[in-house]
Write a protein that binds this ligand. Structure first.
Ligand code: OAD
Length: 246
């Protein structure tokens, strides 16, 4: 395969070249080995409802208790899970050259942070551990694992919702801009554990390739996310080898 990056290199060489800037985009697959269900896998339905119906503002408007219970269930799942070797490999690679990685995750868990990734993590689809006021939009960290009564915002006294980007909603301008900036400065784009069913990874991978940026995809199975290199396998096995030094 020919790439138009500065040097003809293997994925491992490119990712361990300490002069390279790397944009990393992660999806649910990176947390699978930690025991967090993927969406298009064991997490597809909950109490007989499909996740596309649950991650949805229309359903929240009609059944806020149901939606909060789903997110409380997910908080309880993540609360007893820890990072796996894939999260750790990214954190360790970032430590070698501070500022060399832009990390964007579609995951709402905090396993990258728990793995010791200390730079900013862009949570493209929001955070499981934040609530948003439905009146003014103010977000606050909130780590409760149960609500006897649905949470009200301290700012407006209005119902709070999970601070998550649901279907038919837009990502935040900040998340979008941080990802664009990461892409503009990237020498390598590494995409891990996403099906490509939502547009995010497909779009950024396509943009990266059109700009001649070396694009590497790690996943259990081939997806529609385009890449120069597709490395098939478990993220927890592939990433430590790939990022572990040349
Ligand atoms: P999906 O559940 O759609 O896809 C997970 C991908 O990870 C699949 O392609 C699996 O083959 C792969 N996978 C599973 N285990 C893996 C492992 N151990 N190592 C590597 N790959 C593995 O998750 P996403 O693509 O992240 O949005 O889903 C994107 C968005 O769709 C989510 O953020 C969510 C959902 O709608 C919201 O909830 C807003």
């Amino acid at each position: 395969m020919e790439s138009s990056t500065r040097k003809a290199v293997t994925p491992k060489e490119a990712l361990n070249d300490l002069e390279n800037k790397i944009l990393v985009i992660t999806g649910a697959g990176i947390s699978a080995e930690s025991g967090v269900p993927t969406f298009r896998g064991t997490g597809e339905t909950w109490q007989g409802r499909h996740f596309t119906e649950l991650a949805n503002p229309v359903t929240f408007a009609a059944e806020p208790r149901l939606i909060w219970d789903w997110y409380l269930y997910r908080r309880n799942v993540v609360a007893v899970r820890g990072p796996n070797p894939a999260h750790v490999a990214i954190a360790e690679r970032a430590r070698r050259v501070p500022g060399s990685i832009t990390l964007v995750t579609m995951n709402v868990d905090d396993l990258h942070e728990q793995a010791g990734y200390t730079d900013h993590v862009t949570h493209y689809h929001g955070s499981l551990w934040h609530n948003r006021c439905t009146a003014c939009g103010l977000e606050r960290e909130e780590r409760s694992l149960a609500y006897a009564d649905l949470p009200l915002s301290p700012c407006c006294g209005a119902l709070e919702r999970p601070a998550i980007v649901w279907f038919d909603e837009s990502v935040s301008t900040e998340a979008f801009c941080r990802t664009q900036i990461g892409l503009m400065s990237a020498d390598v784009v590494l995409i891990v554990g996403t099906s490509g069913a939502v547009w995010t990874a497909v779009q950024y991978a396509g943009l990266a390739m059109s700009r001649g940026i070396l694009t590497i995809m790690v996943n259990l199975e081939q997806t529609r996310v385009p890449s120069h290199y597709f490395l098939q396998g478990k993220a927890g096995e592939v990433l430590p080898e790939l990022l572990g030094g040349a």
